[in-house]
Design a protein around this ligand. Structure first.
Ligand SMILES: *Cc1c(COP(=O)(O)O)cnc(C)c1O
Length: 437
């Protein structure tokens, strides 16, 4: 039983030392790779011309072949971000104006903006309230004759219902793409997440489990898709003449190329992925164990055919079981010195770009494009589970990761206990606060 005053009410916080912003190890292995590149002077191996340089330099190709080996797939195509890899994937499958792609309403914005980048229409499906991943039943309800693909997001470190999504895709002649930016190394029925859909993408951004600062990778077993991914990455239109392509659809290219420096960092980072995931899983295990007694928190669900790699540790808050609103609880936990967030990301369709339908210019493109024969709906209430999670229930923390230790996790659990034991104090704080506006 904690007698000490809550930090929010002027007491001493449990935690005084801030948590490190880093979640990765950059050591001699990365330094050695980087030095090789610097000494070679070849900081980018790419040119937008037909021939060897079209495919990038030695580090880029090494990173790609390492990804192929790790993820047991035929092709890995590097990009300069997870977002550009997603755009590459949407383009590679042949998406264009008039098409719809179904994605989750509860994800990072790029899982939907990549669809707009191809002038196609994002259609938002609701999520499962246990795993927060796209709900297959909701996907089925959203399919129209214009649907081109399903973009499933393996959110927070847990895979979506990939077999069921794959079945739905097959029955309806759609492509399944996986956004695996948050779940590299997670397993779904003994297969690696990211390799179950026809294309899977990973992010190597600073915040992700392994990083190259910025970077992304798309993996596939489909040769045509791999070919198009490479064209989109590197000014495809400029070299298509040499390749004598008949199907020049969607090879319009961007400069989405990864530098040799980024790839050099990625090579040893990939070797550390398993280690980082094991730390995340161990710390999450400790946290789940410690938080079990608090019935106002629902702890992460892991399907028995999946593994969870805890990009974020996500809890559901049950206000009725503790009698204090989520915002105040989160404020109290933050005051005790812990990084926690409420809600995660606003349901994407409620963001201004969808509410105002203004992706390109002022005339509603692509939502009102004459090539688009549907009528898209982004009204509030569209995905009730997503809205409930965002507005009322979800709380996330990133403490379950390197370099944090069991001790840090135990501190977090002690902070929750402290708040629980001093709930009366928190309730009067909240009342006072409300009265004072
Ligand atoms: C981070 C992230 C992306 C985008 O990756 P970047 O490398 O930052 O462009 C896409 N989808 C999800 C789910 C992400 O978390």
């Amino acid at each position: 039983m904690f007698k000490s005053k809550l930090a929010l009410c002027g007491g001493k916080p449990i935690r005084k030392k801030p948590f490190p912003p880093h979640n990765t190890i950059i050591d001699d292995a990365e330094a050695k790779e980087i030095m090789e590149v610097l000494k070679s002077g070849n900081l980018s191996g790419f040119s937008a011309v037909s021939g060897e340089r079209f495919f990038g330099g030695p580090k880029v190709r090494k990173l790609e072949s390492d990804f192929c080996r790790y993820f047991k797939c035929k092709y890995a195509v590097s990009f300069n971000s997870g977002t550009s890899a997603l755009h590459g994937a949407i383009a590679a499958i042949g998406t264009g104006p008039g098409d719809e792609v179904i994605t989750s309403a509860y994800t990072m914005s790029a899982s939907a903006s990549c669809i707009l980048m191809q002038n196609a229409i994002p259609v938002f499906a609701d999520i499962n309230p246990d795993t927060f991943t796209i709900e297959p039943k909701s996907v089925r309800e959203r399919i129209t004759k214009r649907t081109k693909a399903i973009l499933a997001v393996n959110l927070f470190g847990h895979p979506a219902e990939l077999d069921e999504l794959k079945r739905i895709a097959k029955e309806n002649n759609l492509v399944l793409i996986e956004d695996d930016a948050q779940s590299p190394g997670a397993f779904y029925k003994n297969r690696l997440a990211g390799t179950i859909g026809e294309i899977g993408i990973f992010s190597l951004n600073y915040h992700k489990t392994i990083q190259t600062g910025e970077g992304g990778i798309a993996v596939t077993n489909n040769q045509l898709f791999a070919d198009r991914l490479k064209l989109v990455r590197n000014h495809g239109e400029a070299i298509a003449f040499h390749k004598a392509r008949k199907d020049s659809i969607n090879i319009l290219g961007w400069n989405y190329r990864m530098t040799e420096l980024q790839a050099a960092v990625g090579i040893p980072q990939l070797k550390k992925l398993k280690f980082f995931n094991e730390i995340r899983q161990e710390l999450a295990g400790v946290l789940t164990n410690k938080l079990k007694p608090f019935d106002f928190l629902t702890l992460p669900v892991v399907r028995d055919y999946c593994t969870h790699v805890y990009y974020l540790y996500t809890m559901k808050y049950k206000k009725e079981k503790i009698g204090i609103d989520r915002k105040t609880f989160v404020m109290a936990l933050r005051s005790e010195g812990f990084p926690v967030e409420e809600g995660y990301i606003r349901p994407l369709y409620l963001q201004p770009i969808y509410q105002h339908r203004v992706a390109y210019g002022h005339k509603g493109c692509p939502f009102l494009c004459s090539l688009y024969k549907g009528k898209i709906c982004y009204r509030k209430g569209l995905c009730p589970v997503t809205e409930r999670m965002y507005e009322k229930e979800v709380i996330t923390t990133r403490i379950c990761r390197y370099p944090n230790k069991n001790k840090d996790i135990l501190d977090f659990a002690r902070a929750v206990e402290k708040i629980f034991d001093n709930i009366g104090e928190l309730k009067s704080f909240s009342k006072r606060n409300k009265r004072n506006g």
